[in-house]
Write a protein that binds this ligand. Structure first.
Ligand SMILES: C[S@@+](CC[C@H](N)C(=O)[O-])C[C@H]1O[C@@H](n2cnc3c(N)ncnc32)[C@H](O)[C@@H]1O
Length: 238
């Protein structure tokens, strides 16, 4: 059993918002190539703050800032209080592109299954995210992505599944590496890798029988699983 399995009670359609983010986060933390201090950690795009709960329980974080746009901070506070974690997790509602924090405040910024919604444009990382992590601090990001650019029939299948602008959020390891290196290679160490928990994370999501999970299972079983992956991004600010 790995650490994510301790959170099985949340592997349901009421809590998961896509492929199992506990597994993704666990792998993201375990494979970080840089030394990490978690004292002040930002969970960027935390959704229902379950990833924040994992960070509070499974890392030495003193404070986890649970920051999200679509989910109300008061709803997250209820979940945090139920787990008696209100002294360690601070729920905040807001937009990643207009964060209200002091510069150089965080030791680590973590983002699971969220960054692709707002971070695919040049300048976002360097101007909107990096300023908030201190020198020597880490940014760790896990996003769904592409093993390779889909062609022909596979492209059509992918675009039918991802629907409109969402298709523009999926990119390869090489694409992410280029974007971040162009923006801040002079100020940061950067590593980008493919995640390994792909099938387990999707299987947990399918098993929720959420209506979107049922749809995802159908598309992945038609071959999309061969071109999708997870991309793990590690940045250390020099
Ligand atoms: C699929 S959910 C993942 C939530 C959580 N990290 C998890 O893995 O369970 C994507 C989250 O990204 C957040 N998000 C999207 N755009 C955002 C933005 N501009 N600022 C902050 N959060 C954003 C949404 O609010 C949503 O909760």
């Amino acid at each position: 059993m790995n650490r994510a399995d301790h959170y099985r009670e949340y592997f349901t359609k009421e809590y998961l918002m896509g492929p199992n983010s506990f597994r993704l986060l666990d792998e993201l933390i375990c494979r970080n190539p840089y030394d990490a201090c978690y004292d002040r950690t930002l969970d960027l795009g935390c959704g229902m703050a379950l990833t924040s709960v994992f960070l509070a329980n499974e890392t030495p974080a003193k404070s986890v800032y649970a920051f999200d746009l679509w989910v109300d901070a008061t709803d997250n506070l209820k979940r945090i209080r139920d787990l008696s974690l209100e002294d360690r997790i601070i729920p905040i509602h807001g937009d990643a592109l207009e964060m209200p924090f002091a510069q150089d405040w965080f030791d680590t910024i973590v983002s699971v299954d969220s960054y692709h919604y707002f971070g695919c444009k040049t300048g976002v990382f360097a101007d909107k995210i990096l300023p908030f992590v201190r020198r020597g601090g880490n940014v760790m990001i896990a996003v769904p992505g592409l093993r390779e650019e889909p062609q022909g029939e596979m492209r059509k299948l992918f675009e039918t599944w991802a629907e409109g602008d969402d298709a523009l959020c999926f990119h390869t390891v090489r694409w992410w590496e280029k974007l971040l290196k162009e923006e801040c290679e002079d100020r940061c160490d950067i590593r980008v890798a493919e995640g390994e928990c792909f099938y387990e994370a999707w299987e947990d999501w399918f098993n929720t029988e959420h209506e979107f999970a049922v749809r995802d299972r159908e598309f992945l079983s038609r071959g999309l699983d061969r071109i999708l992956n997870f991309v793990l991004i590690y940045v250390r600010k020099k």
